[in-house]
Design a protein around this ligand. Structure first.
Ligand SMILES: Cc1ncc(COP(=O)(O)O)c(C=O)c1O
Length: 384
């Protein structure tokens, strides 16, 4: 049975042009960029081309990018590399809707003795920049605010927060993993100190990500060993994946507007069609959001059960974020937004890609309505 994929925030399919760019590096080309011979130099040249392509998408200097294996690693590198010191003194300001790759290392630092101010968003999923600034102190060592939330898709006022923090000399980490390839991401405009991105959220391969470190930002490597990446990240670079990452960035730079408007069209069609299903709620509906993301609750229809039914009917969606599926905990983001637990447990994330079609959206709406009705009927039926 053909399956319609509506889970692009978890990971995207590989763009065929990205695959073509990677293929030689999975076959005849196999050098280590640190080697001095011709194989090594070819690999080094290829990774430097990719670095330029990604830098160009971000409005950055190529030398400011450090290749890593995942967005998780990039976020951990800043938090743990920067703050994991012997004294564990000082303070962090972190939004309450960050991805686990930010909040879990933050929690570890808190347990080790650092103080943390968590700033929750409003009911639409938007963090108030004034509230973030109000939490900063003399000893604040870092502020973390993501550009786009991975679950609800809300865009955050990073520029505003970064401007305030710059005045006070406080560095800012911006997790842009979910934003890249969907909305413009420019490090100059954002004016942050650290920014994380990964390839597999915008048609590149798994296993390649980058941390952008702005000029003047202090940086301590998390992984120590070889002198790769100008001593900033030890370990041999994943050359095929980095080449694919570069090609994905090149394609996104050429096509960002067209992709965004096609995804927005699908999302709007879906959300207006939801009006036909009783008790359907769109989270963050009135906030500025990623064009491809719709986070909904169908009250009375448990999301885990609904997800399985939809999967059997040929539609792949997610309940909460990809990293938390498999657990039945309600979404931390929704709870931080003040969504009641019961509503959070009936939530689904539908994330479109430019390859999806109106027909797929219409077919999905029909199946969603049927499955939600059936689940609601079963959950309200008296037990024998
Ligand atoms: C906002 C955000 N940050 C970080 C990550 C982690 O990225 P990776 O899967 O490359 O470790 C994700 C992945 O879902 C994400 O959505």
């Amino acid at each position: 049975m053909p399956v319609t994929y509506f889970d692009h925030n978890a990971t995207t399919p590989l763009d065929p042009q990205v695959r073509v760019a990677m293929e030689p590096w999975l076959g005849e080309l196999h050098g280590n960029p640190a080697s001095l011979h011709a194989f090594g130099q070819a690999a080094r040249d290829a990774t430097e081309v990719a670095r330029e392509q990604i830098a160009s998408l971000l409005g950055a200097e190529p030398a400011e990018l450090v290749f890593m294996a995942s967005g998780t690693e990039a976020n951990n590198a800043v938090l743990l590399g920067r703050c994991w010191t012997a004294d564990f003194k000082g303070h962090l300001v972190v939004s309450g809707i960050e991805h686990p790759s930010v909040w879990k290392p933050t929690q570890a630092l808190q347990e080790a003795g650092m103080e943390v101010s968590w700033v929750n968003p409003d009911r639409q999923g938007r963090v108030d920049p004034e509230q973030v600034m109000a939490e900063t102190r003399e000893d604040t060592r870092l502020v973390c605010l993501m550009l786009a939330n991975n679950e609800v898709g809300t865009l955050q006022p990073v520029e505003h927060v970064a401007a305030g923090c710059r005045e006070r000399g406080i560095p800012v980490l911006c997790d842009a993993v979910q934003a890249i390839g969907k909305v413009p991401v420019n490090v100059g405009d954002l004016n942050v100190d650290y920014l994380s991105v990964g390839a597999h959220k915008f048609y590149g391969p798994l296993g390649a990500a980058a941390l952008w470190v702005g000029k003047g930002a202090t940086y301590e490597p998390l992984l120590r060993g070889g002198s790769q990446e100008r001593q900033r990240r030890a370990g041999t670079v994943n050359v095929p994946a980095v080449v694919g990452f570069g090609e994905a960035a090149r394609l996104a730079a050429d096509d960002l507007e067209a992709r965004s408007s096609s995804m927005l069209g699908l999302r709007e069609r879906f959300e207006s069609g939801l009006g036909r299903i009783p008790d359907a709620v769109v989270h963050g509906r009135s906030a500025e959001r990623l064009p491809n993301t719709s986070h909904i609750a169908l009250l009375g229809a448990d999301s885990e059960a609904l997800l399985i039914r939809l999967d059997l009917a040929g539609f792949a969606v997610s309940s909460g974020s990809a990293c938390s599926s498999g657990t039945v905990e309600p979404s931390r983001t929704l709870l931080a937004m003040g969504v009641p637990k019961q509503e959070a447990s009936c939530s689904l994330r539908v994330s479109f890609g430019p390859g999806n079609t109106n027909r797929e959206v219409d077919a999905f709406l029909e199946v969603l309505a049927q499955e939600a009705t059936e689940l609601r009927r079963l959950s309200s039926a008296p037990r024998s």
